[in-house]
Design a protein around this ligand. Structure first.
Ligand SMILES: [Zn+2]
Length: 78
C-alpha cells in the first residue's frame, strides 16, 4: 500500500527549479563555485545558496558544510 505523501513546499519548488525564498528561476542564479565536477554552488539574488547536481539534474539547498567549502575555496583563490 502506498501512503499519500504530501511533499514539503520547498521540495516542490526545487523540483520546479525555483528558489524556495523568492521563487525566481534557479537557472538564472549566479554561479559562485564548484563543489566537485558535477556539483555547482549557486547564489540566488535573495542570497540563498543552492547546489545543482549535474548528474541528477536536481537542485538542493546548500548545506552548511558545502557553504564552508566554497567560502574556503573562494578565499584560496584570492
Ligand atoms: Zn531567491
Amino acid at each position: 500500500m502506498f501512503k499519500r505523501i504530501i511533499k514539503p513546499f520547498q521540495e516542490v519548488l526545487l523540483e520546479r527549479k525555483l528558489c524556495v525564498g523568492c521563487t525566481s528561476p534557479l537557472e538564472k542564479c549566479r554561479k559562485i563555485g564548484d563543489l566537485s565536477e558535477n556539483r555547482k554552488m549557486l547564489e540566488c539574488k535573495c542570497k540563498r545558496r543552492f547546489v545543482f547536481d549535474k548528474e541528477s539534474n536536481l537542485y538542493q539547498r546548500a548545506t552548511f558544510a558545502e557553504e564552508q567549502q566554497i567560502l574556503r575555496d573562494i578565499e584560496k583563490g584570492k
